[in-house]
Write a protein that binds this ligand. Structure first.
Ligand code: HEC
Length: 214
């Protein structure tokens, strides 16, 4: 994928928006005709597309709920409760991938866990796009050549007030983070800023089914 001209970029965005709209309409009305129309023009079935969107919304909600349990506490959170926010989200992301035959990653340029550094040009370009356009929440891209066939879905992750307990200033990070993440870059973040994104690779439907079955 290359973002060569603004026009191409616009066309690509329009296409992603259209696809999202199609899926959205399918989700809201559950009309078989809409679902079939999307299926005919896509290498991945439309049910898979909407499932990926819903799964990432749920995953994001899981983190927000876990982080909010730390807010307004009177007692000092224990190390164990502190650890129960983003690590389980990462484990759930991997599990969602296994259950569906997708690959699900969290990606951030200012990463805490080095496994979440951008892995290819497309991920870097989409992070750049999300950074420059805070109004874009999610988009689809064709899979990179090295991934084989299929589609990639990206969904933005923003910094919220409840995140600052662990992604605020460098000095205020809990001790378990300072100790366990020596190369941490995920601090000094401001509310509303891009924290990162979920990246879902949906291979061709046959391959996805085979992976889910195995
Ligand atoms: C209790 C501390 C804590 C809170 C609160 C917290 N995080 Fe994290 N966050 C972490 C830790 C620890 C990791 C590294 C987890 C790992 O090793 O996979 C992390 C990793 C992440 C990642 C994965 C990318 C990376 O940098 O490794 C994202 C995305 C993220 N956090 C977003 C958020 C958002 C958004 C919020 C608020 C809704 C939030 N975090 C609240 C501790 C926290």
């Amino acid at each position: 994928m290359t973002f060569t001209t603004p026009l191409q970029r616009l066309a690509r965005l329009a296409l992603s928006t259209l696809l999202l709209l199609l899926v959205g309409v399918g989700l809201l009305t559950a009309q078989p005709s809409t679902a079939l129309a999307a299926e005919a023009s896509s290498p991945v079935d439309s049910a898979g597309l909407s499932k990926a969107i819903v799964a990432m919304e749920q995953l994001n909600q899981m983190r927000i709920s876990l982080a909010s349990t730390l807010e307004g506490r009177t007692e000092e959170p224990t190390i164990e409760t502190m650890k129960e926010v983003c690590k389980p989200v990462g484990m759930r992301a991997i599990a969602i991938g296994k259950e569906n035959g997708w690959q699900v990653r969290q990606v951030a340029s200012k990463y805490r866990n080095p496994d979440h550094a951008p892995a290819n040009d497309q991920e870097r370009q989409v992070i750049d796009l999300f950074t420059r356009h805070p109004d874009i929440k999610g988009l689809w891209e064709p899979a990179m050549a090295e991934q084989g066939a299929g589609l990639n879905y990206y969904r933005r992750i923003n910094v919220e007030p409840s995140c600052l307990a662990c992604h605020g200033t460098k000095a205020s990070r809990p001790a378990f983070i300072k100790d366990n993440y020596p190369d941490d870059k995920a601090f000094n973040l401001a509310v509303g800023e891009l924290r990162g994104m979920y990246a879902v690779h949906l291979p061709e439907v046959q391959a996805a089914l085979a992976a889910a079955a195995g």
